[in-house]
Write a protein that binds this ligand. Structure first.
Ligand code: IMP
Length: 445
């Protein structure tokens, strides 16, 4: 029985939702630790299809507990909207969905600020999801934020008033419309507080009790390592700690209680929003990846930028997250290609480096150094045993293991839960113990 973190090893959209969903049967609870409704997790099984943004995908597993940790920023209307859609689809969250009363409330003016600031940045725009994530975290760090547990507090009006004036001045200076009036906001807050009350909890206490009781937790990362506020490609990042370290600060669970992490890596690379992307393909192959991989944002519908697998970035992500197991996703998207390239180093200012330059200017100048491997040009969709993959696909997996480090023990060959190869006898089975069998059963054998 282990507590395990699932993280994205690229710029998000690696397919974490599917892997979390597949592994849920081996755990008692799923815990989100950062981000907000900027995330988009898609889960498909049989004829069902869910898009989740705030609520962990564990909610789709009857009886499984789901926690939104203190490291998150939660928009109450987005949360209620998602909850209502789940309930309409027959999902029963009663007694198993908990929100940290220390998580911060994402208020309407955070989105208003996000949009006004992005417009003001012009061609330096981050390309945010415009949900207000950055301003909500900024409110938290500047200690002007409102936590979910504060929404019902008696001095809420006084606290919001101070912040309201700051927001008003900033929006005006950016030429943006005035924020949602304070009185309206207070009415909204009162309604949110009432509906949230039964779901709020001191989740740090709950989680530590569950761990002491021998239960196992799956920590669900959102976004990806390269969007981490500290370790990502700053300033083109999100505003939270999306690497494995965030699981501790974002939940209150100590590092000593966490046994491992699983990195989710897409077989090629995608990115939404601005920022350097050395392996980006702005040609027919890029178009092919976007079309075949259906690379359009779950949250915003924006077309994703597509390119070859960047091993330099993946290696960095593996080190940051201590990932022992890699879940390789969307391998089938590469099926038709005659030649596949992987970037194994960068050339920056005439020097070859195996590492990611920390400074954005140098990263912008980084040119990919490619290795080329033959494609398999065979249909791999739905193959659920690694040994049954074509030889060239297995060679591609070996190359990733050799160059990135870690073991590829999960290979996703289609969007559905059933379309996943799961290797036994390795690091994953060691982490999950007897519950590894539950995963195989949920996958459908
Ligand atoms: P924000 O998180 O909305 O502030 O956006 C900051 C950057 O992170 C932008 O480039 C977004 O496109 C990117 N981003 C945020 N959430 C996701 C995600 O779930 N998947 C992929 N990119 C994301």
């Amino acid at each position: 029985m282990a507590n395990v973190i699932i993280v994205g090893m690229q710029w998000g959209d690696e397919g974490k939702g599917k892997i979390v969903d597949l592994l849920c049967p081996a755990f008692d609870s799923v815990v989100r630790y950062q981000g907000g409704h900027n995330a988009g997790h898609t889960v498909k099984f049989r004829d069902r299809h869910f898009s989740l943004h705030l609520i962990p995908s564990g909610i789709l597993h009857p009886g499984m507990r789901c926690v939104l940790g203190n490291g998150m920023v939660v928009s109450p209307p987005a949360f209620f909207g998602e909850l209502d859609r789940l309930m309409e689809a027959g999902v029963d969250p009663a007694g198993r969905l908990f929100l940290s009363n220390r998580a911060h409330a994402l208020l309407p003016w955070h989105a208003e600020l996000d949009q006004a600031r992005e417009a003001a940045r012009g061609d330096q725009a981050i390309g945010t999801t415009s949900r207000g994530i950055g301003p909500a975290y900024e409110g938290k760090v500047s200690r002007y934020g409102v936590r979910l547990g504060d929404l019902a507090s008696v001095d809420l009006a006084a606290r919001l008033e101070t912040e309201y004036r700051r927001v008003q001045v900033e929006l005006e200076s950016l030429g943006a419309p005035a924020p949602t009036p304070l009185d309206d906001l207070l009415v909204l807050c009162a309604g949110w507080a009432e509906r949230l009350a039964p779901l709020l909890a001191d989740t740090e206490v709950l989680l530590s009790e569950w761990i002491e009781g021998g239960e196992s937790l799956l920590f669900e990362g959102a976004q990806g390592a390269l969007l981490d506020i500290d370790h990502g490609t700053y300033p083109y990042v999100t505003s939270s700690s999306s690497t494995a370290g965030g699981a501790c600060t974002g939940t209150g669970v100590p590092p000593t209680a966490i046994e491992g992490s699983i990195g989710v890596l897409k077989a090629y690379t995608t990115r939404v929003g601005g920022g350097p992307f050395p392996t980006e393909l702005e040609d027919a192959t890029g178009e092919y990846l976007r079309d075949r991989g259906n690379e359009f944002g779950t949250t915003t519908g924006r077309p994703r930028r597509c390119g070859w697998l960047d091993i330099v970035a993946a290696r960095y992500a593996r080190r940051l997250n201590g990932t022992g197991v890699i879940a390789l996703t969307k391998l089938d998207v590469l099926d038709e290609l005659e030649e596949i390239r992987v970037c194994t180093a960068y050339e920056v200012d005439g020097q070859t480096t195996p590492n990611m330059p920390p400074e954005v200017g140098a990263f912008e100048r980084a040119r990919p150094v490619y290795e080329s491997v033959p494609g398999w040009q065979q249909d791999t969709a739905g193959i659920v045993e690694v040994e049954k993959l074509p030889r060239a696909a297995r060679d591609y997996i070996r190359l990733i293991e050799d160059q990135v480090g870690g073991k590829v023990e999960l290979v996703s060959s289609g969007p559905r839960r059933e379309e996943t190869a799961v290797a036994g006898g390795g690091v994953l089975e060691g982490l999950l113990g007897a519950r590894f069998q539950n995963v195989l059963e949920a996958r459908g054998n």
